[in-house]
Design a protein around this ligand. Structure first.
Ligand SMILES: Cc1cc2nc3c(=O)[nH]c(=O)nc-3n(C[C@H](O)[C@H](O)[C@H](O)COP(=O)(O)OP(=O)(O)OC[C@H]3O[C@@H](n4cnc5c(N)ncnc54)[C@H](O)[C@@H]3O)c2cc1C
Length: 392
């Protein structure tokens, strides 16, 4: 959409990073992603290239082998991946999961894990929070970890644990003190770094879970798995706060990823609306086609402003919970509306796999549900921004 100057009204920050990411993405066209989806496979080569280029270690501080960039730079990387038609979510978790180790891990853990994560020698792509029976109500999760000597013995079940089959480590949230024995329900949860290479077949089993997009998500069954006590991150019982702490980064990064998808989709929709001739004129000349695309542009630009605001607050070390959540809410909606506008513009060809519209449309739907659903963000705003009674 280079001939549409307003599309870059906000200016492209980090142009050198964007350029480098675009160059990698050029080697992974739609056909690559369609083949992976048909095979339900993981983009190992793509993630390897991003890792070797240092992109997934952009938030790891330099002293631990990363590039120590601001969150805005990491967000730009993810945006560009999606704006190039690729899928950032296949590798994005590495960027924000490691933050829990960085902020709350011991110096020994940081030295042991972060340089290897930065170099790609260790993959930390899996994050086990969601469970089949507890969903958004995280404090009710059932997975238990009981201290026995030098280990914790863990039993329970996780669902939607994405990339677990393509990760060496998993950050796991489990209850260490029963709910009946804690003062606040947010107490008594703990975070562990589980070495999946050792755990598989010794109390941990991973089964792929087919979903409507190629997300390499799984179910994880844990039965009397021994996790060395040294793999506890931070203090026992404080895990819920550690996870919450990392959520602002996750929201900001995922929101910008949405913007990338929205931009890819809108660009395709606008190009098609200009080219496709029906009734002797381009379909984009009809306001019924043009206006949804114009509205999608406006919504994406507005959401992007909020994303930048949240990232700026985060990078300044300011409180940004409401901003990060709002950025995610607005970006998810803007992207979904862009997906719908483009899908409709493509008519029947929107369904034809070779155009990738239906693939991106399906992928764009995810953000209204994960990593946090729209309702839960609205509940957060209602309570924490507007001061309304807690609704959940
Ligand atoms: C493809 C995919 C990948 C994922 N990857 C991961 C991962 O790697 N790790 C991980 O831990 N999780 C992952 N998730 C899980 C995701 O974070 C959850 O699906 C999401 O948080 C919603 O939880 P739930 O599915 O249990 O929905 P539920 O909590 O059961 O909610 C169902 C619906 O009810 C609504 N709802 C519930 N309570 C309220 C309320 N009080 N007020 C208003 N509305 C309410 C919700 O908004 C939602 O729309 C993934 C999910 C998907 C689909």
């Amino acid at each position: 959409m280079s001939e549409t100057p307003t599309m870059v009204a906000l200016g492209e920050d980090y142009p050198e990073l964007r350029d480098a990411v675009r160059k990698i993405c050029e080697r992974y066209p739609g056909a690559y992603w369609r083949r992976l989806e048909a095979e339900q496979a993981y983009p190992s080569e793509f993630i390897k290239e991003l890792t070797e280029g240092g992109f997934l270690a952009s938030l790891v501080p330099e002293e631990y082998g990363g590039s120590g960039l601001p969150i805005r730079a990491a967000a730009v990387i993810l945006e560009e991946i999606n704006a190039s038609g690729c899928t950032a979510s296949q590798g994005h978790a590495q960027m924000y999961i490691m933050g829990t180790v960085l902020r709350h891990g011991s110096e020994e853990q940081k030295r042991r894990y972060l340089p290897k994560i930065a170099s790609g020698a260790l993959r930390l792509q899996a994050f086990g929070v969601t469970e089949p029976t507890t969903g958004s109500d995280t404090t009710q999760l059932k997975t238990r970890a009981v201290k026995e000597g030098a280990s914790y013995v863990v039993s329970g079940q996780k669902v939607f644990t994405s990339r677990a089959l393509h990760s060496d480590l998993m950050l796991l949230l489990a209850r260490t003190t029963p709910l009946s024995e804690v003062r606040r329900r947010t107490d008594g949860l703990s975070v562990f770094l589980v070495d999946l290479r050792e755990a598989k077949g010794r109390g941990l089993e991973i089964r792929p879970l087919e979903v409507m997009i190629n997300h390499n998500t799984t179910e994880v069954f844990i039965d009397n798995l021994k996790v060395p006590a040294e793999n506890l991150v931070g203090k026992e019982g404080e895990g819920f706060r550690y996870i919450l702490d990392g959520m602002n980064a996750e929201r900001i990064l995922v929101a910008q990823e949405c913007i990338g998808d929205g931009r890819w989709l809108l660009k395709k929709g606008v190009e098609y609306a200009k080219e496709r001739q029906v009734f002797g004129r381009p379909i984009g000349q009809n306001q019924g086609v043009q206006f949804p695309l114009a509205r999608a542009w406006a919504e994406l630009e507005a959401a992007e402003l909020f994303c930048r605001r949240a990232a700026a607050l985060f990078d300044a070390g300011e409180e940004c919970g409401a901003d990060a959540n709002t950025a995610k809410l607005l970006a998810a909606d803007a992207t979904w509306n862009a997906a719908e506008a483009t899908f409709q513009t493509f008519g029947g060809f929107g369904f034809a796999r070779e155009y990738d519209i239906e693939r991106k449309w399906r992928e764009a739907r995810l953000y209204r549900t994960a990593p946090i659903s729209t309702n839960l963000i609205l509940a957060f705003i209602g309570q924490h921004v507007l001061g309304l009674p807690r609704s959940y």
